[in-house]
Design a protein around this ligand. Structure first.
Ligand code: SAM
Length: 218
C-alpha cells in the first residue's frame, strides 16, 4: 500500500482542523445560548454523534421531508446530511435568533423557520401532510402540557398518517404525559438509551395509535 502524498497529508490536516474549529464554534455558541436562556435551551452541550445516530436511526434518506424541531447548532442536521439526506428535504425549526442565524448560514439549502415549534401551523402549510418523520430536540421537560399538545397537534397534522416523531430526553420516561398523548390519539415507545451523551439520554418514538403507524417505532 502506498503512503499518502504530502499534498494528501496537508489536505487531511486542513480538513481535521476545519471540523475541530466547527465543533468548537458549535459548543461556544451553544453555551452562550444556554447562559442567556437556560430553560429555553434545556441542555448544557449540543447532542453527541451517538445520540444523533440513535434519534435518526429509523429515518431513510430520500423517503421525503423531515421536520427537525429545536435544531440548536445543527447536531442532528449535520448528522443527517452525512448520512446522505438531501438538505432540501430538511425543515429546521429554531426559535433562538442567534442559533437560527447560524443554521441559516450553515445549511443554506434547507428551510429554516425561526418560530416557536408550537406555532408551526401558522407558518407551514400543514394540510400538505408531506412530512415523513420529525426529529425533536425541544426541551420538552421545561414546557407545559398545553405547549406539548399544541406542538404535537401541529406536527402530526403536517405528517403523513404513518409519520413518527423521535425525541430525546434526559429522564427515563416520556416527557409528554399519557393524558396528552391519549387526548391526541398518540402513543409513545422507548427506542434507545444512549450512554455516549452528556448526560446520557433516552430516545422515544411517538406515533398515531394505528398498527401501521406504531410499527414505525421499532
Ligand atoms: C436541548 S437543545 C437541542 C439542540 C440540538 N437539537 C441538539 O440536540 O444539540 C433545544 C433547542 O430547542 C430550541 N427551542 C426551545 N424551545 C423552542 C420552541 N418552542 N420552538 C423552537 N425551538 C425551541 C432551543 O433554542 C434549543 O436550540
Amino acid at each position: 500500500m502506498s503512503s499518502p502524498s504530502a499534498h494528501e497529508t496537508v489536505a487531511k490536516t486542513t480538513q481535521d482542523t476545519d471540523s475541530r474549529l466547527k465543533w468548537l464554534q458549535d459548543h461556544v455558541q451553544f453555551v452562550q445560548a444556554f447562559a442567556k436562556n437556560p430553560l429555553g435551551i434545556g441542555a448544557i452541550l449540543p447532542s453527541s454523534r451517538a445520540l444523533a445516530a440513535a434519534i435518526t436511526a429509523h429515518l431513510q434518506p430520500g423517503s421525503g421531508k423531515v421536520l427537525e424541531l429545536g435544531s440548536g447548532t445543527g447536531a442532528f442536521t449535520q448528522y443527517m446530511l452525512t448520512r446522505g439526506f438531501d438538505p432540501a428535504d430538511l425543515i429546521l425549526v429554531e426559535q433562538d435568533a442567534a442559533l437560527a442565524a447560524r443554521l441559516r448560514r450553515r445549511f443554506p439549502q434547507s428551510t429554516l423557520l425561526q418560530i416557536p415549534a408550537q406555532t408551526l401551523h401558522l407558518h407551514y402549510d400543514t394540510t400538505q401532510r408531506d412530512i415523513v418523520a420529525t426529529v425533536c430536540g425541544l426541551p420538552l421537560r421545561n414546557m407545559n402540557r398545553s405547549v406539548h399538545a399544541q406542538m404535537l397537534k401541529a406536527t402530526f397534522d403536517a405528517m403523513r398518517p404513518e409519520g413518527a416523531l423521535y425525541l430525546f430526553t434526559y429522564g427515563a420516561t416520556c416527557p409528554v404525559s399519557t393524558r396528552t398523548l391519549n387526548a391526541l390519539g398518540l402513543t409513545s415507545r422507548l427506542t434507545a438509551f444512549v450512554v455516549k451523551n452528556l448526560p446520557p439520554a433516552c430516545v422515544f418514538c411517538i406515533t398515531r395509535m394505528t398498527d401501521t403507524a406504531s410499527s414505525q417505532c421499532k
